[in-house]
Write a protein that binds this ligand. Structure first.
Ligand SMILES: Cc1cc2nc3c(=O)[nH]c(=O)nc-3n(C[C@H](O)[C@H](O)[C@H](O)COP(=O)(O)OP(=O)(O)OC[C@H]3O[C@@H](n4cnc5c(N)ncnc54)[C@H](O)[C@@H]3O)c2cc1C
Ligand code: FES
Length: 284
């Protein structure tokens, strides 16, 4: 891990536009030794600094086995992320991390995996998907349910064919609405509509979900009704952050610090949180 309070300079090596408001950046640390030593767990995040503007927590979205670079997929919504959108390849940003908890890769060994993602929530799950593909024999069946607002808002569209052709992988898509006269061969509706054609059952399965909190509430409620239990469902929470290292309290919900105890939590861990959060679903 880097010095937790000092952003290290990293070079933007490649910029790939995903959608009208979302971009994937490939970065390498300027210092080759730092890059060589840097590794992360799927689900962890970095604090990204735009010097002179500020910092934002952003999940790492790339293959954890790739030690020569790392990626962030960023939706341009505010001060830091909009400034990032103006930078070109070769520009320098600051990076602190990796921080937080990752998805339970060790517990997933030998189990089926159900991934439910909404919108930009696919970004912290892509490292898991890439890990599952690379280490296919270690895991059971994999089912990915992905929902976005419109077909034009979907991330990583050039990778779906590869994901779908993997052994014992099933990938299902839905969008809230179709724009224009575009052909759309998949579902229309919120991501839980995909549960109707889902093959995953509670038996020997772990669930990973990330997306808007309201989406995760519906996903979790629906899964609990289908017989999944709180120990087998993992969620990734998002809160505003300053320090990223459990010092400032900005990300605190009840007794939990999202930056250090999360962002990935087992649903069972959230039962002590206020009811308006996912804790409300966990104690039902
Ligand atoms: C663990 C973690 C992982 C994340 N991963 C990603 C990722 O992979 N990709 C990604 O794009 N984003 C990710 N985010 C979200 C990202 O950190 C936020 O969108 C961040 O606020 C962007 O910073 P900004 O300076 O660009 O936006 P800001 O200027 O902070 O504004 C962001 C939005 O919040 C609103 N806002 C501003 N101030 C407040 C306030 N005080 N209270 C409530 N709302 C406010 C603004 O109106 C705007 O809509 C992640 C967040 C967390 C916690
Ligand atoms: S961001 Fe400071 S305590 Fe979590």
């Amino acid at each position: 891990m880097l010095n937790p309070f000092r952003p290290e300079p990293a070079v933007i090596k490649e910029i790939k536009k995903e959608t009208h408001d979302t971009t994937t950046y490939t970065l390498t640390f300027k210092d080759a030794n730092i890059q060589a030593d840097y590794f992360f767990q799927p689900g962890q995040f970095n604090m990204i600094t735009i010097f002179g503007i500020g910092e934002a927590p952003i999940s790492i979205s790339s293959d954890p086995d790739n030690r020569s670079s790392f990626q962030h997929t960023v939706r341009h919504v505010g001060n830091v992320t909009n400034k990032l959108a103006t930078l070109q390849e070769g520009a320098i940003v600051g990076v602190r991390g990796p921080y937080g908890t990752g998805w339970p890769i060790d517990l997933m060994q030998g189990k089926n995996v159900l991934i439910v993602a909404g919108g930009i929530g696919l970004a912290p799950l892509r490292p898991v998907i890439l890990h599952l593909i690379k280490h296919r024999a270690e895991f059971g069946k994999v089912e990915i349910l992905y929902g976005a607002r419109t077909p034009n808002d979907m991330l990583y569209t050039d990778q779906y064919a590869d994901w779908s052709r993997q052994d014992r992988f099933r990938v299902l898509f839905t969008v809230d609405r179709i724009t224009g006269d575009r052909q759309w061969p998949h579902r229309v509706g919120v991501v839980t509509t995909l549960f109707q054609e889902m093959e995953s059952t509670p038996e020997n399965t772990l669930v990973l979900t990330c997306g808007p909190e309201i989406m995760m509430q519906f996903v979790v409620k629906n899964l609990l009704q289908r017989g999944f239990n709180q120990q087998q469902i993992y969620v990734s929470l998002e809160r505003r952050m300053n320090c990223g290292v459990r010092k400032c309290g900005k990300c605190q919900i009840g007794p939990k610090f999202v930056c250090r105890d999360g962002p990935v939590f087992a649903l069972a861990e959230l039962a002590a949180l206020p009811e308006e959060t996912l804790g409300g679903v966990a104690i039902e």
